[in-house]
Design a protein around this ligand. Structure first.
Ligand SMILES: *Cc1c(COP(=O)(O)O)cnc(C)c1O
Length: 384
């Protein structure tokens, strides 16, 4: 009788959006401005208001949202950009594509996010190696904003700027400040599975820096100057499709409510699972966007296999730190190494969590995890 649960359920959200979504798409088909149509500007204004920032430049993906600010600030050969080792590959890829050096920093075990002490050490050793510390790229892993106050203090002291990789955290916040306003420049992604996702690829850059935004708007269209055939810098085709902007305008209306639903489910999971596995911990003032709900357990592979047998999918983000991936093996790492990233890669497991996950399915997931983990000891679980 066990049916297969989906890991995320985009159809439930689509039903919730109903006719509004179809109407928004039909409107774009009608006006026909598929590139940089009115919905793109409307979305940028809506995102700026939502995140309380002055400037939003939408773009073609979360990856381009990382590449474009690095291009705009002239990051290149000889520059060090500090990236956590435990993240999706796009964070480091953006840096390496521009000929700069990604320097891998370890993460803190409790938050999965960049460890300020490891960052401090990595900056010192990068300098000794003759690199110029240019940019710090914290990643808000699984939706939880990084420790921006500590990281910003280090950035200010070292003359670096902060580019937040908020691909997983849009909709989250720290205190009263929304993700998007926590770093000088923030990149986010609208990949379908992200907390605010479209029906294709998309991304955005958020900043209060109007000069930077102007350069980003030029980079977005091949380095365009005062008119279409005036080219003043290297650029990309980095635009967000009008159709995706129209879809995102509808989905943005639900985002706060969806984050609340994710929070309720996460709290329920944590309450029910904390004595069996290590559950995520979020500081009091921090609101995660809960892109993923990620537990830790030394027998995670066996737990995943047992859950699979019960029709409960899990996901493994990430099976290896980036310094173990082929194109990134020769880049520098923090002098203390990356012990936490290495350990997390062996013990993390993400459970299904989306805003439309019903109580019965939540119970089934909770029961499944409790039973699977019971067979394998409490292990490192240490929730205090
Ligand atoms: C998804 C993701 C990206 C890239 O976003 P795309 O829109 O897929 O290009 C970058 N960084 C992190 C941490 C991500 O999770």
């Amino acid at each position: 009788m066990t049916h297969q649960l989906p890991f995320i359920d985009l159809q439930a959200q689509r039903q919730r959006l109903g006719d509004d979504l179809d109407t928004a798409i039909a409107r774009v088909l009608e006006h026909g401005q598929f590139i940089m149509g009115p919905e793109v500007r409307a979305l940028e204004a809506a995102l700026a208001e939502f995140a309380d920032v002055a400037e939003v430049v939408t773009c073609s993906s979360g990856t381009d949202a990382l590449v474009m600010p690095l291009m705009a600030r002239g990051v290149g050969p000889g520059d060090a950009v500090f990236v956590p080792a435990f993240t999706f590959v796009a964070s480091a890829e953006a840096v390496a594509l521009l000929g700069a050096t990604p320097v891998f920093v370890d993460v803190a075990e409790a938050s999965f996010n960049m460890d300020p002490q490891s960052l401090d050490d990595a900056i010192g050793s990068a300098r000794e190696a003759g690199l110029r510390p240019a940019c710090i790229m914290p990643v808000d892993l699984f939706g939880q904003p990084a420790d921006y106050p500590s990281l910003s203090a280090i950035a200010a002291r070292e003359g670096c700027w902060l580019l937040g990789d908020a691909a997983q955290s849009f909709g989250g916040s720290a205190g009263k400040a929304r993700v998007g306003s926590l770093a000088q420049v923030t990149a986010t992604s609208f990949f379908p599975a992200k907390p605010l996702g479209c029906y294709g690829d998309g991304g955005a850059i958020l900043t209060d820096d109007a000069d930077l935004a102007e350069v980003l708007r030029s980079i977005r269209v091949h380095g365009q100057g005062s008119h279409k055939y005036d080219t003043i810098r290297l650029g990309l085709n980095g635009r967000l499709d009008t159709m995706q902007a129209a879809i995102l305008l509808e989905k943005l209306k639900l985002l706060d409510e969806e984050i609340e639903a994710r929070e309720r489910i996460a709290a329920r999971y944590s309450h029910a699972l904390a004595d069996r596995v290590t559950v995520p911990s979020t500081p009091a003032q921090v609101q995660s966007a809960w892109a993923q709900y990620t537990i830790r357990h030394p027998a995670r592979d066996r737990i995943a296999a047992e859950l699979r047998g019960q029709g409960i999918p899990t996901a493994l983000y990430y099976p290896a730190p980036l310094n173990r991936q082929l194109p990134y093996r020769d880049f520098p790492t923090a002098p203390g190494g990356l012990p936490v990233s290495e350990a997390l890669a062996q013990s993390v497991l993400s459970l299904p969590l989306h805003p439309y996950l019903g109580a019965a399915d939540q119970d089934r997931i909770i029961d499944g995890v409790r039973r699977a983990a019971a067979g394998h000891g409490r292990g490192e679980a240490a929730n205090g």
